[in-house]
Design a protein around this ligand. Structure first.
Ligand SMILES: NC(=O)c1ccc[n+]([C@@H]2O[C@H](COP(=O)([O-])OP(=O)(O)OC[C@H]3O[C@@H](n4cnc5c(N)ncnc54)[C@H](OP(=O)(O)O)[C@@H]3O)[C@@H](O)[C@H]2O)c1
Length: 85
């Protein structure tokens, strides 16, 4: 995979399993990652892990349970603002 520097990538479901592996692989290619999961404690731990592994403090974590449409909307707004402000 070519360098992803200057790219901001939202990886939904990235605090475990496949999503986490994709997030770390893209961080390894210099992308800034917006992690996502539904457990804030787990999210904070994975955020620290990916920041430490990549040396990039710009990675961030977004919390939201996508089973709930009430949580999907504010998640979308926060993501939009992050990418357009
Ligand atoms: N972006 C994606 O499309 C994506 C990403 C990952 C996995 N998946 C799919 O999920 C299945 C299992 O994958 P896996 O075994 O690798 O991982 P997994 O252990 O099942 O975890 C997957 C990730 O999804 C999150 N997640 C699960 N249910 C969620 C919900 N209702 N709202 C928000 N986040 C939720 C988990 O967050 P918590 O740790 O907070 O529970 C975790 O970060 C597979 O079918 C895989 O294709 C899809």
């Amino acid at each position: 995979m070519k360098s992803l520097s200057n790219k901001v990538v939202l990886v939904t479901g990235s605090t475990a399993g496949l999503g986490k592996a994709v997030a770390f692989e893209m961080a390894n290619k210099d992308a800034t990652i917006l992690l996502h999961g539904r457990n804030p404690q787990k999210g904070a731990a994975v955020l620290k892990e990916i920041r430490d592994a990549s040396g990039n403090s710009k990675h961030a974590y977004y919390n939201g349970d996508f089973f709930s449409l009430q949580q999907v909307m504010p998640f979308g707004i926060k993501y939009y603002l992050k990418c357009h402000m």
